[in-house]
Design a protein around this ligand. Sequence first.
Ligand SMILES: Nc1nc2c(ncn2[C@@H]2O[C@H](COP(=O)(O)OP(=O)(O)OP(=O)(O)O)[C@@H](O)[C@H]2O)c(=O)[nH]1
Ligand SMILES: [Mg+2]
Length: 213
Amino acid sequence: MSESYEFLFKFLVIGSAGAGKSCILHQFIENKFKQDSNHTIGVEFGSKVVNVGGKAVKLQIWDTAGQERFRSVTRSYYRGAAGALLVYDITSRETYNALTNWLTDARTLASPNIVIVLVGNKKDLEAEREVTFMEASRFAQENELMFLETSALTGENVEETFLKCARSILTKIESGELDPERMGSGIQYGDALRRMHRQEKLQPRTSRPDCAC
Ligand SMILES: Nc1nc2c(ncn2[C@@H]2O[C@H](COP(=O)(O)OP(=O)(O)OP(=O)(O)O)[C@@H](O)[C@H]2O)c(=O)[nH]1
Ligand SMILES: [Mg+2]
């Protein structure tokens, strides 16, 4: 795919160890399930250009380790993230119970305007479910999060999760609620838009001799 894009968004994937963060990222980027996934050491990185409402957006995604011993390392990557996937495992109440802590970290360490999607992963393991859709849905509503259940195994809702987060950020940029030029916004202009903005600063539209407006 072409590397040309209009915006770049920095994304984080956070949540307890074993929730399936790395498998979700792998499914999103490679379109396949990552067999024998090991615990992430520190942070891993992936990127992909997606089409969001007709605009090419590059997602720069930081997949963090869920294990407690890496917490201080992973926290240092939170700054300036525009979006986050907060992942738990629907077959593990323990990973669900930890959500409040992850949420506090994300809201205090990343951008205050960070857009967060709550992700209940391992949707394919229905028989082992410990957290109902309704319960998590209520939690999401109370904490102003978007919410989806995914399966990194089958791929269900994986791409949709990233797109949902990107779409929400783009809408906030368009409405003026998010300013890409603010330091630490986690948003950058791609080459084409950067050139346009630079041009506009040098030559405001109204004073351009060739401007018919
Ligand atoms: N059945 C099923 N298993 C999954 C799914 N996603 C991940 N797994 C399994 O869950 C385990 C943990 O997956 P990872 O993606 O490594 O988990 P993680 O959240 O990245 O873990 P840390 O890197 O330690 O934070 C692996 O054994 C995966 O095979 C899923 O959607 N369905
Ligand atoms: Mg991992």
